[in-house]
Design a protein around this ligand. Structure first.
Ligand code: SF4
Length: 756
């Protein structure tokens, strides 16, 4: 706490840079929000458990230092939003007094360990996994290495093969089972959700419960030693497993386990649990109750119930949370569980207490039956607060709730159908394992950006059968509610399918694809501006404000958007568009933002063909595209074959895949681009550049290119405008260069950097 307090003071005085402060605060679970100067505190709740007095503390902190609204996350943490810089220390101190911490809530650390919300009371479970979550949390958090990993490390525990806690798509996942009457776990590793989701591999068929720490620590050490620290976009454990293969990964893991067996661990496994035979789910009508529309779920312990408290998109007002603490103090286990669907659950309620509890919850406007499709709809923070967000996912979720309510759909009849929405491909809304998943993307229409969602269908969690949802189509954000209402109406009309999964497998996906054709294009801006504003937005859609300090991620996204666009154009036989998008894709790495097709093609020739990064045969492809610029129908007049254009798109994609962290490419034959030294000299800097008026993230890209021209230790002077001054220094520091000064000039900023 003391060192955090010191860092905050130093940052407030301007003694340390934003980049340095960021590197310190993020692993402590303190994130800067999209609204500059406001912070989010992510409080860890292992297994999603929070005691009554801790609920009061979180509520008080939110009311006093934050915006008075708490947010339950899909990893069962709880977040306090919009805390000012001065509020961080007192807020954390207050939480600390209540036995709560944000440490490890962000950055490249061991993140909150999750479990089924009904661990200990679920009729299907092999045994209660929550004591193992708590013991492993304590052991891992005591190790300094747990805060310096190549990237975040996510662990989950499921009580049975239903895998409600998503163990099969975690970095490491434990699934409880018994063998010959002994309790233990199967272990899955290398899974994860994000832009490149992956189902984990089975690492151990069965380990006894006292080996949980060795396994989690063994994988952690492999990750620490071999993970990619150079490229944060490819740093998660799953990329390592993909790169070296599961066999080699397993070999490295076994070496670590061998060493660990000889080390004193300091880990105390919880006592062996009592093993009840799992009750046949139907005997309690358990599964249907769990996924149904009711408020109560019977526990495996006869006469006791769980009471579900649905939240709208994980939000609850702090005073209501505080009042809820007073209520649960008198019921059940006197604590609350958060769920991965961003809801709350009170457990161990005796049947005789149900009427009184329901009444008290009712006074707070909590509880009550709600169709599962609305109750369990998940949306990540999205672009309203998340710095990486593209679309306003929460706005879309609200729009869906409204649209469904007035659509004539039989919502209760949709059973346990789930919708998960992420504001970008990073999958914090867990769309890859949802039956209906959506993630935000940006599309260019003429020269404007438009919010879109990629629809993925058919995700499923179950040990041995976990399946990632597959991309089906891309729909304009404003069309998603009407599209989904229509699609679900079609599902309900097709009563020959027993469930949604069967519907998808028997023509449902095709139907979605066909239907989407009506919703995938938008009118020109001058005809209908509505499509250019995201749900709940008051200003036209843009990527402004996205990812300060994370500029590299923005660049990669722009490239991917164009490459995806080129592939889609190829599929539709729009050859001119495919060539033009492929040509434009990588220009962002050269600091160029062409305003039309002619510029894209000409600049591509200059930077990629003349620099020897592509074989000369592609010059003919580009020239053919230039030759059709004047034609009334460029797509049909372009004298190229599908094979020629496919080859260009693939070659550009290859270059992108082989781009290094400094946005450089291998030349044909393996050499790298030569420096093109400029002679401009201002002040005593070795090189000077004027990037005023250059938008984010292009200003950062241009700075990187300028730094490329310098030797280590030389200095670069750049002129930036306000937005650039906010973003570029921290991004530059992240790359290891030193910011020597940032001073305000007359309407601009002057930044001096020493190259690392
Ligand atoms: S999915 Fe994207 S927008 Fe949503 S919280 Fe994660 S990073 Fe932010």
């Amino acid at each position: 706490m003391e060192s955090l307090g010191r860092m905050i003071e130093q940052f407030a005085r301007g003694d340390i840079t934003a980049g340095r402060f960021r590197a310190y605060r993020v692993p402590q679970g303190i994130y800067e929000q999209r609204e500059s100067g406001k912070y989010m505190l992510r409080v860890r709740l292992p297994a999603g458990i929070i005691l009554a007095h801790q609920m009061r503390a979180v509520a008080e902190v939110s009311s006093k230092y934050g915006n008075g609204t708490l947010h339950v996350t899909t990893r069962q943490d709880i977040q306090v939003h919009r805390v000012s810089l001065e509020g961080i220390y007192p807020a954390l101190y207050y939480l600390f007094q209540a036995g709560l911490s944000t440490k490890g809530g962000g950055g490249n650390t061991v993140r909150n360990i999750t479990s089924c919300f009904d661990a200990g009371v679920c009729a299907r479970e092999a045994f209660d996994v929550s004591p193992h979550v708590l013991a492993l949390t304590e052991a891992l958090l005591a190790d300094p290495l747990s805060y310096e990993l190549p990237r975040k490390y996510k662990i989950s525990f499921s009580g049975c093969s239903q895998d409600c806690a998503s163990a099969t798509v975690s970095d490491v996942g434990f699934i409880a089972k018994t063998r010959d009457g002994r309790p233990g776990f199967s272990v899955w590793a290398g899974g994860g959700m994000g832009a490149n989701s992956r189902v984990g591999n089975l690492l151990e068929e069965f380990i006894p419960i006292f080996e949980v720490w060795q396994v989690a620590e063994g994988v952690k050490r492999v990750f620490d030693k071999h993970g990619n620290r150079k490229n944060k976009n490819k740093a998660r454990l799953r990329f390592l497993v993909d790169k070296i293969g599961h066999k080699q990964f397993r070999k490295l893991y076994e070496e670590e386990i061998k060493n660990l067996r000889e080390e004193p661990s300091g880990f105390t496994a919880p006592p062996a649990p009592t093993i009840d035979s799992p009750q046949p789910a139907d005997s309690l009508n358990f599964q249907s109750e769990r996924n149904g529309n009711g408020m109560l779920i019977p526990q495996k312990q006869p006469g006791y119930f769980m009471v579900q408290i649905p939240l709208i998109l994980g939000d609850i007002e702090a005073p209501v949370f505080q009042a809820l603490a007073e209520i649960i103090e008198h019921y059940g286990e006197r604590c609350l569980h958060t769920t991965q669907q961003q809801n709350l659950v009170v457990r161990w309620i005796a049947e005789s207490d149900l009427p009184a509890l329901k009444q008290q919850l009712g006074r707070l406007n909590l509880g009550g039956a709600k169709p599962a499709i609305l109750r369990d709809m998940v949306a990540c923070a999205g672009a309203s607060t998340c710095r990486l967000g593209i679309c306003l996912s929460r706005g879309l979720a609200q729009a869906l709730i409204e649209a469904f309510s007035g659509s004539g759909l039989d919502l209760a009849g949709l059973g346990n159908l789930k919708i998960n929405i992420s504001g970008c491909p990073n999958a914090c809304g867990r769309h890859p394992v949802s039956q209906i998943g959506l993630f935000g993307v940006a599309r260019r229409v003429e020269q404007r950006l438009v919010p879109y969602y990629t629809l993925q269908l058919g995700g499923k969690l179950e040990e041995g059968s976990t399946r990632l949802a597959g991309s089906v189509c891309t729909i304009a954000s404003k069309n998603v509610p009407v599209f989904l209402s229509t699609f679900l109406q079609e599902f309900q009309r097709s009563d020959q399918h027993p469930d949604f999964e069967a519907f998808l497998d028997n023509g449902g996906k095709k139907l979605a694809e066909e239907l989407a054709k009506n919703y995938s294009t938008v009118p020109a801006f001058y005809k209908d501006k509505n499509f250019y504003f995201d749900w709940g937005a008051e200003v036209a859609f843009s990527l402004a404000g996205r990812g300060p300090g994370e500029c590299g991620a923005g660049v990669f996204d722009l490239i991917e958007m164009d490459l995806v666009g080129a592939a889609e154009a190829l599929k539709d036989n729009r050859l001119f568009t495919a060539v033009s998008l492929a040509a434009r894709a990588l220009l962002v790495t050269r600091g160029e933002q062409p305003s039309d097709d002619m510029q894209s093609l000409a600049l591509f020739k200059k930077y990629f063909l003349q620099e020897g990064l592509l074989e000369q045969k592609y010059e003919e492809v580009i020239d053919a595209a230039i030759g059709s610029l004047a034609a009334s129908d460029r797509e049909t007049s372009i004298p190229l074959t599908v094979e020629e254009v496919t080859s260009l798109v693939k070659r550009v994609d290859d270059l992108h895949q082989n781009m290094d962290d400094s946005l450089r490419f291998p030349q044909v034959g393996g050499k790298e681009i030569n420096d093109i030294r400029e002679s401009a000299q201002l002040n005593s800097a070795d090189l000077s550049k004027d990037f005023r008026g250059v938008v984010c993230p292009l200003n950062f890209v241009k700075v990187k290119l300028a730094l490329d021209q310098l030797k280590s230790g030389q200095t670069l002077l750049v002129l930036l405008d306000e937005q650039g001054a906010d973003n570029v220094p921290s991004s530059v520091e992240k790359e290891g260069h030193k910011v020597l000064s940032l001073t305000r000039g007359n309407g601009y900023w002057q930044l001096i950097i020493r190259k690392a």
